[in-house]
Design a binder for this molecule. Structure first.
Ligand SMILES: *Cc1c(COP(=O)(O)O)cnc(C)c1O
Length: 405
């Protein structure tokens, strides 16, 4: 069978899964469009502001849109938030005070948070207590562990939605997050529930804010930027928390009032508008990659027909060389810098060396087709993104073809 025939056969088998992804896309698309209409988005919102950015209507309206779409009262959507890590760090640093306790409910959080928590200038050094609830037996949340840690009266429970760089961990579904909220609220009314929403946006019909989460944060060069946003991060949540984060990001007392958009906001708006579609394309690509790569003998996380809570596809490899070859293949199938050969190397914020295929229009954008992973056992590459299904399909088709020939 040729690679094309193998892919066609798989697409027939996976038709119902593709349909379910499309149904979610349609619901999310309608929800986003309704928010655009409700806030009467108009071309004057795209202009951007200068200097202090007082009364920046474009920024204010964009933030209201994000608040609505992600189920919060208020939002910060800014290029002054450089990345997902920066947005999450701002929330933690702003909200937690010496003596407070932070609980990570899904074991060890994403790699770049390690230094924010444990580093020289990190939370623990500032007098914040930190505990992790290890993952449950199925790689999800340990409900009993969460319940019993609530006796310690944490100020914040932190929940990572996405898989991150982990084989064992599975991405949380919204109903998992809802269940966690019930457990936490059963023990405390004022414990702050925070979600790292990276890679989870628009994967399901609801967002953490719709099931009672107090604050969540993410990156505009992942799902909600729709592949168009040139950078930035967002924080959405309860009004008083957003104000605390804004004061920390800018300066006490200035908070949300200043912050010029400087450049054209049109692509940030347009990115949010198209994001439900782009996420659906990326999800279909992940399903295809899982199906074909598993058939070729690679272990995949999750499997093609398992439920998904994020756009990340883990792929297991038995040697460094084999992993490098796959990542290099993804790079070679990129529209930008296809002639470049990625290798493992140090990356700011990560403890291990990282290899990264990111032949992307926006540097480091991982809603565009990209593949990366740390140099640690068990060797795993994490594939995600794809602005169109055809791109992932092409990449997988070529990989399958090369393997046979
Ligand atoms: C990508 C990611 C982040 C933040 O990463 P940035 O590269 O700083 O945007 C945080 N948590 C998870 C789970 C992620 O996938």
């Amino acid at each position: 069978m040729t690679a094309e025939m193998v892919i066609r056969a798989f697409e027939t088998r996976a038709r119902e899964i593709y349909q379910r992804i499309e149904e979610t896309e349609y619901k999310n698309f309608s929800r986003v469009l309704e928010a655009f209409k409700k806030h009467r988005v108009a071309s004057h919102h795209f202009a951007g502001s200068t200097g202090y950015g007082y009364n920046d209507m474009g920024r204010n309206t964009l933030e209201r849109l994000y608040a609505d779409v992600f189920g919060g009262e208020e939002a910060l959507v800014r290029s002054a938030l450089i990345s997902g890590t920066h947005a999450i760090a701002q929330c933690l640093m702003a909200v937690l005070e010496p003596g407070d306790m932070m609980v990570s409910a899904m074991g060890r959080p994403y790699d770049t948070l390690n230094r924010i928590i444990h580093g020289d200038k990190g939370l623990i050094r500032k007098g914040i207590k930190y505990i992790e609830v290890p993952l449950g037996y199925d790689g999800g949340m340990d409900w009993q562990g969460l319940q019993s840690i609530m006796k310690e009266k944490p100020r914040m429970v932190f929940i990572q939605r996405s898989r991150g760089y982990s084989r064992q961990r599975r991405a949380l579904r919204i109903n998992d997050i809802e269940k966690a909220v019930q457990i936490i609220r059963g023990a405390s009314n004022d414990c702050i529930i925070m979600v790292d929403n990276c890679y989870g946006e628009f994967v399901e019909e609801m967002e953490p804010g719709h099931v009672g989460v107090d604050i969540c944060a993410g990156s505009l060069i992942k799902n909600p930027g729709g592949g168009l946003a040139p950078g930035g991060g967002y924080v959405v949540g309860r009004r008083e928390l957003i104000e605390v984060v804004a004061d920390h990001l800018v300066a006490p007392g200035l908070g949300r009032e200043i912050g010029p958009s400087l450049y054209d906001l049109r692509i940030i708006y347009q990115g949010l508008f198209i994001a439900p579609h782009i996420v659906a394309e990326a999800l279909k690509g992940a399903v295809l990659a899982a199906g074909i790569l598993e058939e070729m003998g690679y272990p995949v996380f999750p499997r093609w027909d398992e439920s998904r809570g994020d756009i990340v596809q883990g792929i297991g490899f038995t040697s460094r060389n084999e992993l490098e070859r796959f990542v290099q293949h993804v790079q070679a199938c990129s529209p930008v810098e296809s002639h470049v050969c990625p290798e493992f190397s140090p990356l700011p914020g990560y403890d291990e060396e990282i290899i990264m295929a990111a032949g992307t229009f926006v540097q480091g954008s991982s809603i565009e087709l990209s593949c990366d992973g740390p140099l640690r056992e068990p060797l795993t590459a994490y594939l995600q993104g794809g602005l169109c299904y055809a791109h992932v399909r092409h990449m997988i088709g070529e990989f399958r073809k090369n393997a046979i020939e």
